[in-house]
Design a protein around this ligand. Sequence first.
Ligand SMILES: O=C(O)CCC(=O)C(=O)O
Length: 321
Amino acid sequence: MPELPLRNLTAEEVEGFERDGVICARGLFAPEWIERMGAAVDRVLSAPTLLGNVVSMKNDGFSGDLFLWKTDDDFRDWVYDSPASHVAQQVLRSKTVRHFYDQLFVKPAGCHVPTPWHHDVTFWPVDVECRSLVSLWITFDPVDRESSGLEFVKGSHRWPGRFKAITPNYDPYMLDSDFEDLPEIEAQRDDYDLFCPDMEPGDCLVFNAHVVHGSSSNYSTDKPRRAFSTRWAGDGVIFENRHATMPLLWDHGLRDGDPIGGSLFPRVLPEPIEAEGSVRRDGPEPPDPETVQTVLTAIGDRVAEVREQRSVGSPAAAEKA
Ligand SMILES: O=C(O)CCC(=O)C(=O)O
């Protein structure tokens, strides 16, 4: 069973999360967890997964990775044994907590890769109106705005818009949706209530799936910035296999309209379900090759189709005709 955090969130913190869409919580995790996961981050960086290779920008120094808990035992233990699920349970005010997925964001000193402003919910294969999703972003290095601290627009989780999923590498597949473009936040910073706390290793940003956030390049010349997010789902999160969402490389068996669950999104609280976790407990679960092939082919086809449509509508094509 998961350990309890070193302290509960206060009532003010939970209210702050509900009001602003984000809080920075300190002193929740024992230093042993932070040391262990910091070392795990360093280890997985040297052996990225298939998804890691897709989302990283090697030439620019940016490393990302996803679903590490499926293949790395420290990340698996973070899911089942760390206090993270309890923190999620408190802010979601939910009896049930499922692990949604984990994601790494590493920007070494001088890594000139910003994370564009975005909100997370449109990246995910869920009903975009589901409210019971939360991320815990933990840093393993001291971080401030200059070294790519994560920044939020307070209250933006209540904006009515649903925005395009912009990744650090502007992945064309993810951008290919009918969602809106975000307002020009960077050019009008004074118009927004922005929040970017200085953080120490182990501090944790707890934020809503609809709140708008992003980070700058790491402008520091000597401060690395290693962070990872774990995402958690409370009651009533509905699967929706929308186009232009994060690819799922494991056979999850979910259909549109199902509550998320099963071995890809296992329950952790009130207690794990044996059948969901048993395969992973027996050893690493690399992506299923058949699912990988199907997903990658579908993405490749769609990207080719979009390119074709763009070139047909382009001035060069009009000139040729
Ligand atoms: O660390 C970053 O730059 C981005 C993190 C983020 O967007 C997230 O965890 O949802």
